[in-house]
Design a protein around this ligand. Sequence first.
Ligand SMILES: CC(C)(COP(=O)(O)OP(=O)(O)OC[C@H]1O[C@@H](n2cnc3c(N)ncnc32)[C@H](O)[C@@H]1OP(=O)(O)O)[C@@H](O)C(=O)NCCC(=O)NCCS
Length: 203
Amino acid sequence: MEFQIDEDITLRLLRSQDACALFKLVDDNRLYLRRWLPWLDQNTSLEDSKDFIASVLSQFRADKGFACGIFFAGDLVGVCGYHEIDKVARSVAIGYWLSEALQGKGIITRCTKFFIGYAFEELGLTEVRISVAEGNAKSRAVCERLGLSNEGIEIDAACLYGRYVNHVCYAMSKDDWRREDGDAGKASNEMKPPGGPPSRKLP
Ligand SMILES: CC(C)(COP(=O)(O)OP(=O)(O)OC[C@H]1O[C@@H](n2cnc3c(N)ncnc32)[C@H](O)[C@@H]1OP(=O)(O)O)[C@@H](O)C(=O)NCCC(=O)NCCS
């Protein structure tokens, strides 16, 4: 399971041999990731990263979705993927994180765009959701850049180390996605630039 997103970015299903690199990445970015992700205190050893990878592989084998390591110029720099697919609702949530140093290059926007397209075109799903803490401006910007709709606020949706945060529920339907991009857009990797005029090409 490997996807070349562009000349710099590859998405690949994590494997057990990635555990050391994954744990180092988490550990090096612990304080920064802890601001918005709830699992840092449950990931404090190499064993925890091995367990995470095992859970990703078991999700994949059970045909319930998958998550990939994000490789930028060959190095593991983050994770992006599906939470467990809701096959009845034909819906899936996407999650992601990236090392602090690699922010600001559009990496997550491009990876998330890929996962949205794959959900609709390859997995036959009809809705993609991304749930983001209200104050997480960078993650909200990813959703808005990709044209997901703000469907409302879920109050006290998550507890981050004793602090409850509201979530903004973003969603995109397959029909919205087709309207947003059109078939030609999907093929040529087009998207809206952040906050800018509607020129539609990724650099
Ligand atoms: C949320 C998170 C993934 C966002 O990372 P990010 O780097 O801001 O997002 P992208 O990789 O899509 O990059 C977008 C930035 O690159 C810029 N950019 C450069 N080239 C770009 C391109 N080709 N396409 C889109 N954006 C591009 C954008 O202008 C934007 O910069 P800005 O923040 O200065 O406006 C990251 O902050 C993170 O991992 N945070 C901690 C964990 C977390 O919050 N996870 C999400 C939980 S819901």
